[in-house]
Design a protein around this ligand. Structure first.
Ligand code: NAD
Length: 260
């Protein structure tokens, strides 16, 4: 389906981004990875994608808090592939504290990585997509792009901003063969939420697994984590012709969280 297309996935060295890279590579897509991790782990993930799926995979270390490095990341992908057909803005970080205790440097980092980096990647990649007359921009937002939770001022503001950014890009590209959508996952078991699970387990004096069940019970009616593979499947659907008319949407994949 996606054989020969190219995809740039930010934050694809672990968690949701890595699963999205694997899902796209399985369909024959060439991959540009990005994110931080031990260099030998990154190299084995990169070569693993090539060996397992017979595609070309590259890695660029751009720090997404740096606009100049984001420009270099997109330039590197277009120099190698000639285009970025699929852009997945996935990288994100989390920090939780009440607003009075929320450190300004954490606010700035979350807004930079979880929101502004998507503006920069799209700003640089869109002219290439327009030339090609086809493109998919998929922003990994969150249920927190649709609803709020206490203690997550920067994350909720950034993710709501990302949903708004998605709508503007959808309108500016409508009818051009390019679509732009946001995915809004609920709790997904990755390193990003581990500190919250540990904090809950400690607060209740229970083990980690019980801490995980407790955070699910609060918010996610299915009481089951979303899997990273399910998020990869949603990306594939958004890249398919069946999704040609889906643009500007913010799609919950959240076990019922935002239905409440
Ligand atoms: P993760 O911590 O497992 O992975 C985050 C990725 O982002 C890593 O590859 C990391 O290296 C990269 N990253 C962080 N800062 C970066 C920077 N400055 N420059 C470049 N890369 C950077 O987290 P995850 O759970 O896989 O999260 C992926 C996305 O999904 C995030 O946007 C997150 O907000 C969103 N999300 C996660 C959940 C969840 O429950 N895990 C739910 C909703 C949305």
């Amino acid at each position: 389906m996606l054989k020969g297309k190219s995809a740039l996935i930010t934050g694809s060295t672990k968690g949701i981004g890595l699963a999205i890279a694997r899902a796209l590579a399985r369909q024959g897509c060439n991959i540009m990875m990005n994110g931080s991790r031990d260099p030998s782990d990154i190299e084995s993930l990169r070569s693993g994608l090539e060996n397992e799926f017979g595609i070309s995979a590259y890695y660029h270390r751009a720090d997404l808090t740096r606009p100049d490095e984001i420009a270099e990341l997109v330039e590197a992908a277009t120099a190698i592939f000639g285009n970025v057909d699929i852009l997945v803005n996935n990288a994100g970080i989390q920090y939780t504290a009440p607003v009075e205790e929320f450190p300004p440097e954490r606010w700035n980092a979350i807004i930079a990585i979880n929101l502004s980096s998507s503006y920069y990647t799209i700003h640089h990649a869109l002219p290439h997509m327009r030339r090609n007359g086809w493109g998919r921009i998929i922003n990994v937002a969150s249920v927190h792009g649709l609803v709020a939770s206490p203690g997550k001022i920067a994350y909720v503001a950034a993710k709501h901003g990302l949903v708004g950014l998605t709508k503007v890009i959808a309108l500016e590209t409508a009818g051009s063969g390019i679509t732009c959508n946001a995915m809004c996952p609920g709790w997904t078991r990755t390193e990003l939420i581990e500190p919250q699970i540990i904090a809950r387990a400690q607060a209740l004096g229970v083990d980690i697994e019980s801490g995980g069940r407790s955070i699910l019970a609060d918010k996610q009616p299915s009481q089951q984590f979303v899997s990273v593979e399910q998020l990869g499947q949603l990306v594939l659907f958004l890249c398919s012709s069946g999704a040609d008319q889906i643009t500007g949407s913010a799609i919950p994949i959240d076990g019922g969280w935002t239905a409440q």
